[in-house]
Design a protein. Sequence first.
Length: 318
Amino acid sequence: MKAGRKLELVEKALDRLSPLETACTLCPRECRVDRTKGAEGVCRTGRLASVSHALLHFGEEPVVSGESGSGTIFFTGCNLKCLFCQNYQLSWLLEGEPATDEELAVMMLGLQAKGAHNINFVSPSHVVLPILRALRIALAGGLDIPLVWNSNGYDSLEVVRALEGVVDIYLPDLKYHSPSISKRYSAAADYFARASEAVREMSLQQPALDLGPGGTARKGLVVRHLILPGSVGDTIVILKWIGENLSPFIGLSLMSQYHPCFKAPEEIRRSVSAEEYRRAADEALALGLDRLFLQPEPFRPDERLVPDFRKEKPFRWK
């Protein structure tokens, strides 16, 4: 899509969503706080976005990171607040710096200049308006690489519909099916009800992964699911739902890398077992999706490092 047309769609999305900011209903929490006057909602974010890091990320799915890296912007704050979040320094502790719309646009253009395959917005649900305002500046300044919406899945259906044509690649989580599990771990009993309708809309907008000559995505949908210890039954229900409700030409990333962090309850203070992952992987393989990303061995803390966002380089790539 040409930058001029995308800029038109950004302006249209801003017209549609900006009125929601003063009694905020931009995510399923529907806190109805005035974001222009403070940061009192669940996400604890006001009018401006706050950013921890903007860097080339090599740890996403291969179709996103590619050879040159994904131009990733890590926002602080979150509308979900999972007890086990490995990015808790950002989601819970808000360790970052406020960024003006102009500064955010400069980050995007800087990442493009470094050779990023795309601009990857991590935890964007609560900062959709700052992102759109910054995109208005960045697109006018020459931004022309794909845009990735890398969310926890707890997105407003209205927001996702407004993003049609703006977002090129959707990269949402689909974390839970059970209301009791999502309530315990993320204080969101309605998680699946809201996330499933948002992800279904993403599939309608981007029903097939379109890969460029180098194998990196130009557009499409990759749904992520992180298996939790003791919850493989919930995982299988989610996988069946994906097979029955989403396009068979999307990508699915089945993740074994759970690592207990922050406030993880006692029952999930362990890694996923090989047997749990095997059960889930067998179910995922049976779906026959176009692209399936598997992690063949359960996560081991000494094999992969949990990011430390207090460091200038939070990741150490292997």
